[in-house]
Ligand binder design. Structure first.
Ligand code: ZN
Length: 178
């Protein structure tokens, strides 16, 4: 499969999987906007050198949010893309607090590519909270920023650009809700 075919297929697959989902923010954007944002961030931060990582960014919530299986992704996109998506997916059998705790604990043990994807994901989510705030109390937004920063602590050292983007987004969020 050529790189452009892979990306077009991944984008189409993500659009189908997340067709009914919207972002939590006030603008109620289509969920796929987040996937495109994460894919753009990893693509730019790696100068477009890792096509499978960009495809995995488009697909990164298909297992967690839609119940797509690892095998489905292997068949459609190959082992490498599927493994990346698995690596950034939480285990939905656990409760939310435990999943959030494990993200902090497990971050440092991820592969460098999964770390980049997770950094881009956190930057996208934190930035979205500034641009299109969810109807959360300020306290909850501050807690989210603290948690995202704790996860990111284990993700640092693999990509300077993504770290700078995340730090800028965290600063912007905290400026709103200090
Ligand atoms: Zn995400």
């Amino acid at each position: 499969m050529s790189d452009s075919v892979l990306l077009a297929r991944a984008f189409h697959y993500a659009c189908k999987c997340h067709a009914q989902q919207k972002r939590k923010g006030a603008a109620g954007e289509p969920y796929v906007n987040h996937l495109a944002d994460v894919a753009r961030r990893v693509a730019e931060a790696t100068n477009g050198t890792d096509i499978n990582l960009i495809a995995a960014a488009l697909l990164h919530d298909t297992i967690e949010d839609v119940g797509v299986s690892r095998d489905d992704l292997v068949i459609a996109f190959g082992e490498d893309v599927a493994a990346l998506v698995v690596e950034v997916s939480d285990d939905k059998r656990l409760d939310k607090a435990e999943r959030k705790r494990l993200q902090v604990v497990n971050a440092a043990g991820k592969s460098d590519r999964a770390k980049m994807l997770k950094l881009a994901d956190k930057a996208s989510n934190v930035r979205a909270m500034v641009v299109s705030p969810p109807g959360w109390p300020d306290r909850r937004k501050r807690d989210y920023a603290d948690w995202a920063e704790a996860v990111a602590a284990g993700l640092r050292g693999v990509n300077e650009t993504l770290e700078v983007e995340l730090d800028a987004a965290l600063e912007a969020l905290r400026a709103h809700y200090r």
